[in-house]
Design a protein. Structure first.
Length: 521
């Protein structure tokens, strides 16, 4: 077997898949290595007892990137609108247009009438960010365009680039953590919690406030979110690329341009690393001293927030959920907010009973993301039944604490039970009609993906970050101090998400293509 390639991509999430697809398109002999049994990473759908569940991302936002990539590669997918609801107690706001921002502000005002003026100011900030977004994602990203006509360049692209430069500078000023930023407008911590507690800790203000606009952009693919990974994988295979799954890379020799995976040695001219960044620097051999700083930074930096998820099969038909939460919702059961709770470690210091009590209160106050795949594609659940996915942000270290105390399984059972309690007022028939449930924790995500601390969007926003975080510099984010190694994916640029993973995958492929083309001409 010839194990010599122009390019090898390591990591079969959407970043690695995108990079490999474009390298194949460029005519390069390309191999993709993925340690799991299938590609997709956090973009995957699994089947259980006739139900389909999305194990990672629940829906896609285009952001001027996803659709152009699919069109550029000639990949056909049916994607439907994915309406999002925001629910506070019994107040449901269905986001259908920019005007829904008024309904959102009204719902918050119902909860906090004494803060009506503060809420109006915050809504104005959200609207301002939505205006920035309209410009930033106002056209298909030019990176995915080939041979545009001169008329398009002069009348569309050039004016957009000028507006883009102005608005990206404005957006970059909103880099303050969202909780801190909102304190400029209100001193009501419970109100701030209602707006922010389903965001990651210290999420930059622009990224957080932009979500209202992104929710309006959400789409859902027929067959589940994993369909996207399957389609791109098929593209790679049909365009001359190779994909090896269940193949973990354990060594990279930078000088020899070779890597070891499952005991076999593979040779490359260029390496695209789309997996956990810390792992790369742990297994890299013969790297020069310039890589040591990045190695140390990756080791000491924290992974971002993770989630705990309960997957349920429910013997209730789809209209029951459509009437109460819709296909995709963010639900906060009570308005007290998580700021009313101490840090879990303080509770742990007082003993195990206190920590269990803290966890119960956390699950009562937190915000839940609820997704019902079959409300967007009826084939994803048996007739008359519905698959329900319920998630909340969860500290990896908290789960690890219970696991090290030998309480991992009781922890999962406890969380499942208390989550059903929290959903009682919204979905009163959920518990009695539950057919089965499965609980996934941050430790599950770490085990299945290799992501440090089960992170789902790369690096934590707190402390030093071994990744680029300036939108103006995103093209440089794929560079590494390792010879002939580029990177892409959620560990490459922050804040991250599906569009950024695709974009950095394309940037990495373009960089490799340019270098390989230069060698052959």
């Amino acid at each position: 077997m010839n194990r010599t390639y122009d390019a090898i991509a390591v990591g079969g999430g959407l970043a690695g898949l995108t990079a490999a697809a474009y390298l194949c398109r460029g005519g390069h002999r390309t191999l993709l290595l993925e340690k799991n049994r299938k590609t997709g990473g956090l973009v995957n759908t699994f089947q259980y007892r006739g139900f389909a569940f999305d194990a990672g991302i629940r829906a896609f936002e285009d952001s001027g990137i996803l659709f152009p990539m699919l069109k550029n590669l000639g990949i056909e997918m049916l994607l439907v609108k994915n309406p999002v609801s925001i629910i506070f107690e019994n107040r449901r706001v269905l986001l259908t247009s920019r005007e829904s921002l008024n309904d959102y502000a009204d719902a918050l005002t119902d909860l906090f009438p004494e803060n009506a003026a503060d809420i109006a100011k915050i809504a104005a900030e959200i609207e301002k960010v939505m205006d920035y977004m309209d410009v930033l994602y106002g056209i298909d990203n030019p990176l995915f365009m080939e041979n545009p006509k001169p008329e398009y360049l002069m009348k569309t692209l050039l004016p957009w680039l000028l507006r883009y430069q102005v608005n990206i500078r404005k957006a970059s000023r909103l880099n303050e953590p969202i909780q801190t930023y909102l304190r400029r407008f209100t001193d009501n911590t419970a109100l701030i919690d209602m707006i922010t507690q389903h965001f990651f800790k210290d999420t930059p203000s622009f990224f957080a406030l932009s979500y209202f606009g992104l929710y309006l952009d959400y789409r859902y693919p027929q067959g589940g979110t994993g369909t996207l990974a399957e389609k791109v994988s098929d593209y790679i295979r049909t365009h001359g690329g190779e994909i090896l799954t269940e193949t973990a890379v354990t060594r990279v020799d930078v000088e020899a341009h070779e890597l070891t995976a499952n005991g076999e040695i593979y040779h490359y001219q260029k390496l695209v690393w789309a997996a956990d960044q810390q792992t790369l620097y742990q297994i890299a051999e013969h790297a020069d001293t310039s890589a040591e700083k990045q190695r140390a930074l990756a080791e000491q930096s924290e992974g971002g927030d993770s989630i705990l998820t309960v997957f349920m099969g429910v013997d209730c038909d789809k209209p029951y959920f459509e009437d109460r939460c819709g296909a995709h919702a963010f639900y906060t059961p009570i308005p007290e907010g998580l700021s009313s709770l101490p840090d879990w470690r303080k509770a742990a210091e007082k003993g195990e009973d206190t920590l269990w009590q803290w966890l119960e209160e956390f699950l009562r106050c937190t915000t839940y993301e609820i997704s019902c795949p079959s409300l967007r594609d009826i084939t994803l659940a048996p007739d008359g039944q519905t698959g329900v996915i319920v998630s909340t942000l969860m500290d990896y270290r908290l789960v690890k604490h219970f696991a090290e105390a030998g309480k991992y399984e009781p922890f999962k059972q406890f969380c499942t039970d208390k989550i059903l309690n929290a959903l009682e007022s919204l979905l009163p028939e959920l518990r009695q009609n539950q057919l089965f449930s499965m609980c996934s924790t941050p430790m599950t995500i770490e085990r299945e993906t290799g992501n440090k601390q089960g992170a789902i969007t790369g690096w934590a926003f707190t402390g030093a970050m071994p990744a680029e975080n300036r939108f103006q510099k995103i093209a440089n984010s794929v560079n590494t101090p390792l010879k002939d190694v580029v990177q892409c994916g959620q560990w490459t640029f922050s804040p991250s998400g599906l569009p950024v993973s695709i974009l950095t995958g394309k940037l990495a492929a373009d960089a490799v293509h340019k270098q390989l083309k230069g060698k052959t001409t």
